[in-house]
Design a protein around this ligand. Structure first.
Ligand code: XMP
Length: 517
């Protein structure tokens, strides 16, 4: 197996740091994010073939502003400083950074002065880029050259005489810099000498080996939720350890329509995974009877889930490992690598179901810890999971409970499941499911008057919610075509007698949240 090449990204608090990592990995090079002040030994233990310094909100002259660790310029590892990262390099190496005017904030045009420099080889001499910092480099450090200049005269790219250190004032990682991916690619391949070893196949091969080494001949239990991450964990573990893996699917009665049957068909029948299906819907619905407060719903479901899951896991006997679908963004945020602000806005209690009480003392197996969501999906496809499962929108742990406003009854769950299934089916048929980050139906706690045939009706209202978002922290309502919305609304009122009115939610987040509860 080829040696894994790693790029270390030192995080200076940019909102784009994760995007840099994703863009590097899209070029088939593994990238890991570490805090800017990570100890040198921790960074060098990765044997980085290149370092990228992210942007950040500070000015190099701010009191207490993050600084450049001296190993960055001492070592002979290639460096690319982006925005604040460029300022740091210039500042540390003897150049001068000054506050700019707001003039070049946002889109800008730059002239590449050295089109044969490795960073820009193959690109036209004029490039559109995206700037987002007030400060700029005014005086070059000794032995540096200007590689690109903006039409407003700002130093847009600089490089040192050794060809090892580069700085760019703009953000190559954002889509608003159309050739940014090509520039990153040049840095990775022409400057750092990467070969492109980060592929789905390589990941699977290495992950299988790691899981086998960790688990030995132990038994592993894995909770399937119907979602992508747990599905990919199960498929990967099944490949690695076969029948040493047992999956448990707890049907809370609050899943999307046909979800339990689909999980059974995919995992038991197609993949041959050992699967325990538990129909706990009576238990969940009884515990939720009469409850209308959203946080109380979440609490009850979380508690019930743990009890049911634990009882089933104990029944399996000598299980020593619990597999979980933790992915890289969770790791980064919980390790506090990223500034706390990224996770500071979680207002709802988002406990993901799937955890177990600590007294079971199970060791965790988390084979997706290094992957971004899009990489998890690629692994899922490579492992033969069905496309509809792999592209599934996120679904909240408490399931339809937070989409049924007011009291939850079996009948109301069935109404919502039917409406939701129609919406999703039409979205797939229109080819818009994958472009939408999340789409679902919500059952409102009101009735409205309608007319059907000769009769007056007094029936339920369904709200349709569809959003586009990159990170689920902010979201916009999806501009779905009117005729699609019309078709969905028609089908819902015609096929579901309990519903006589459909509305479309046109709120963005903030101020609304994506879910209604
Ligand atoms: P909101 O509604 O806060 O949702 O804008 C952001 C994302 O989180 C999901 N969500 C949950 N996920 N348990 C979960 O596992 C929860 O209680 C929960 N509430 C919201 C929501 O579906 C969206 O993707």
């Amino acid at each position: 197996m080829a040696q894994q090449e790693t790029i270390v990204i030192l995080d200076y608090g940019s909102q784009y740091t994760q995007l840099i990592a994703r863009r590097v990995r899209e070029q088939r090079v593994y990238a890991e994010i570490l805090p800017w002040n990570a100890p040198e030994a921790q960074v060098m233990a990765r044997r980085p073939v290149g370092l990228i310094l992210s942007g950040g909100p500070n000015s190099v002259y701010d009191a207490g502003a993050p600084t450049l660790p001296d190993y960055v310029t001492r070592s002979d590892v290639p460096v690319l400083g982006i925005c604040y990262g460029m300022h740091l390099l210039a500042h540390a190496l003897g150049g001068k950074v000054v506050p700019g005017t707001a003039r070049e904030y946002g889109p800008a045009e730059v002239d590449i002065l050295e089109t044969d420099t490795p960073l820009f080889t193959g690109l036209a001499a004029q490039q559109a880029v995206w700037m987002s910092h007030g400060d700029r480099v005014e005086t070059l450090p000794p032995d540096f050259r200007v590689l690109a200049r903006s039409s407003g005269g700002i130093l847009a790219a600089i490089g040192d005489a050794t060809g090892r250190v580069y700085g760019v004032q703009f953000h190559p990682e954002v889509r608003h810099t159309p050739n940014g991916a090509a520039m990153l690619r040049q840095f990775l391949y022409a400057v750092c000498g990467c070969h492109g070893t980060w592929t789905t196949e390589m990941f699977i091969e290495a992950a299988v080996a790691r899981v086998r080494a960790q688990v030995g001949d132990g038994q592993v239990v894995c909770g399937l939720s119907g979602g992508v991450d747990s599905a990919v964990v199960a498929a990967l573990l099944h490949k690695a350890i076969g029948d040493q893996l047992t999956c448990i699917f707890v049907d809370t009665g609050l899943m999307r329509r046909d979800e339990a049957a689909q999980v059974k068909a995919t995992f038991q029948e197609t993949l041959g995974v050992r699967l325990v299906m538990v129909d706990a819907s009576d238990r969940f619905l009884n515990a939720l009877a009469g409850v209308t407060d959203p946080e109380q719903k979440r609490r009850i479901i979380g508690e019930q889930f743990i009890r049911v899951f634990e009882a089933e896991a104990r029944r399996l006997g000598d299980v020593t490992f619990l597999a979980q679908g933790t992915i890289y963004p969770d790791v980064i945020e919980s390790a506090g690598v990223r500034a706390a602000s990224a996770s500071a806005h979680k207002i709802k209690s988002h406990h993901n179901v799937g955890g177990l009480p600590e007294d079971m003392h199970l060791a965790l197996v988390e084979p997706l810890r290094d992957l971004f969501k899009d990489e998890v999906r690629q692994v899922g496809l490579e492992l033969g999971l069905p496309e509809k499962l792999v592209w599934r929108h996120p679904f909240p742990g408490p399931g339809l409970a937070v989409r049924i406003l007011g009291e939850i009854t079996r009948e109301r769950v069935a109404t919502l499941q039917a409406a939701d299934a129609i919406f999703l089916e039409e979205l797939w048929n229109a080819g818009l499911y994958r472009e939408t980050a999340q789409a679902f139906a919500v059952l409102l706690p009101v009735r409205s008057v309608g007319v059907m045939g000769d009769g007056r009706t007094y029936a339920h209202v369904i709200a349709l919610r569809a959003v586009t978002t990159e990170d689920f922290m902010t979201a916009d309502w999806a501009r779905l075509p009117y005729d699609l919305l019309g078709r969905v609304a028609n089908r819902i009122v015609n096929e579901i007698p309990a519903v006589n009115r459909v509305v479309y939610d046109v709120s963005s987040k903030p101020p609304a949240t994506i879910e209604w509860e």
